[in-house]
Design a protein around this ligand. Structure first.
Ligand SMILES: Cc1ncc(C[n+]2csc(CCOP(=O)(O)OP(=O)(O)O)c2C)c(N)n1
Length: 413
């Protein structure tokens, strides 16, 4: 099948069809070369079309989908080689990595390549997280970290004799829901295979720094899960681990260790790679890979300007979250450090920059905890701190994730 690329500047018709048999856990030179070519092609395409989001001012995510390309390429080859053995869906716990879904839908012929250049544009049907029923070729919805593995457990139970894969991340694995999913998978011997991108990066920083003691491997092993670990950038090692997962009955996790954004100058290993790549970095990357016309499209894209004149408002723009953070800091500055420590605790769930909590961390680090991506536990810790009169816990997250904190609350269904 030849894809109609329209004006998409990277030749996705170069994508190679690869046959892989999971009973053979080594790659021939030809298979390895083809996989590496597909990985490069898809990483380049992801950098380009996510960067169009940066250029148009709508943001997005580059690093997550870029990182997981090697395992997605291997899975695609397995799905196509033995279609009856697998549920051929790239279920992903980390919905922000939606670029993967759009790219694979395009390669499957479900989505025109040109449309990728509208990634995250209003009404483009390419939102920042996968929406089942909205985008052609997208096969599930995802967005709340830690909600996919439990769901995939059910998918696997509904399809006896088939193997279900779930792409995971060191961020989503912090969620309590995944602990519940792990216990169910082990107890019911569910045929689910996790492939976890362990890049030690989330939005606010590095789990190894803010969540000392957290280990994806030890956590999963503690639930009784078999875990194999490899360098995710070593294609032979990754393939061998995925074959082991396929050939091991029941649940198993493959942990793919890699730095965030391997090979992208300026972003490798950095938590800035979590968000969308900057236009400048994308141009440098694409030019270094010989994709001059893709780089030129980015150079010539102009972000739309808001031409409205707002009456009755000053020229200064603000946001509720930042006003909240600044107001909190104003109150906290009126207290002594000892007073603050005795009476206030602020617990963040990896969204400090998006909830106004980073202002508090900067001004008063002594009362701030980076609690990891685990809203339920963090909210309760803040509540417990405020149990006695005179003490106040502070917790903030997006409203969509309050549901994680109160999964059965009367207010949230
Ligand atoms: C339940 C929930 N809490 C918080 C978020 C906000 N959020 C989106 S991505 C992210 C960090 C994800 O880290 P990881 O999954 O490891 O992805 P990577 O940084 O490797 O792309 C967070 C906290 C979310 N999507 N869902």
């Amino acid at each position: 099948m030849s894809l109609d690329l329209g004006t998409f500047p990277i030749d996705l018709n170069q994508y190679k069809s690869i046959s892989l048999d999971s009973t053979v856990n080594t790659l021939t030179a030809e298979q390895r070369d083809a996989l590496k070519a597909n990985i490069q092609l898809c990483r380049d395409a992801l950098v380009f079309f996510t960067a169009t989001g940066a250029a148009r001012g709508v943001g997005g995510h580059t690093g997550g989908p870029y990182d997981t390309v090697p395992e997605v390429m291997i899975l695609d080859a397995l799905f196509k080689s033995q279609p009856d053995s697998y549920i051929p869906i790239f279920f992903d716990e980390a919905g922000h990595r939606v670029g993967t879904q759009y790219l694979m839908a395009t390669l499957a012929g479900d989505l025109p390549a040109e449309q990728l250049m509208q990634y995250r544009a209003a009404n483009s049907k390419l939102p920042g997280h996968p929406e089942l029923g909205l985008t052609p070729g997208v096969k599930f919805s995802s967005g709340r970290l830690g909600h996919m593995w439990p769901y995939v457990n059910g998918v696997a139970l509904a399809n006896p004799g088939k193997i279900a894969f779930c792409l995971g991340s060191d961020g989503s694995q912090q969620e309590g829901n995944d602990a519940e999913a792990a216990r169910l998978a082990v107890a019911q011997h569910i045929n689910v295979k996790l492939i976890i991108d362990d890049n030690d990066v989330t939005i606010a920083g590095n789990p190894s720094k803010y969540l000392g003691g957290y280990s994806v491997k030890k956590t999963l092993e503690g639930h009784g899960l078999k875990v194999v670990e490899c360098d995710g950038e070593d294609i032979d090692a990754l393939y061998a681990c995925i074959c082991e997962a396929v050939n091991t009955p029941g649940p198993i996790a493959v942990i793919a260790k890699r730095p965030m954004c391997p090979g992208i100058v300026g972003l490798e290993g950095s938590n800035h790679g979590h968000d969308v790549i900057s236009v400048k970095a994308a141009i440098t990357y694409l030019e270094s890979k010989g994709h001059q016309s893709a780089a030129d499209i980015l150079k010539n894209t102009v972000a739309p300007k808001n031409e409205y004149q707002f009456l009755g408002a000053s020229a200064k723009w603000g946001s509720n979250r930042n006003v909240f953070g600044e107001a909190m800091v104003g109150v906290l500055n009126g207290m002594s450090e000892t007073e603050r420590k005795n009476s206030i605790l602020v617990v963040d769930s990896d969204l400090e920059g998006s909830c106004g909590l980073s202002q508090i961390r900067t001004a008063c680090p002594e009362i701030f905890i980076s609690g990891g991506i685990q809203e339920r536990g963090n909210l309760s810790a803040a509540a417990g701190f405020g149990m006695e009169p005179g003490k106040q816990g502070v917790f903030a997250t997006f409203s969509a994730f309050w549901k994680c904190a109160f999964p059965k609350s009367p207010w949230h269904g």
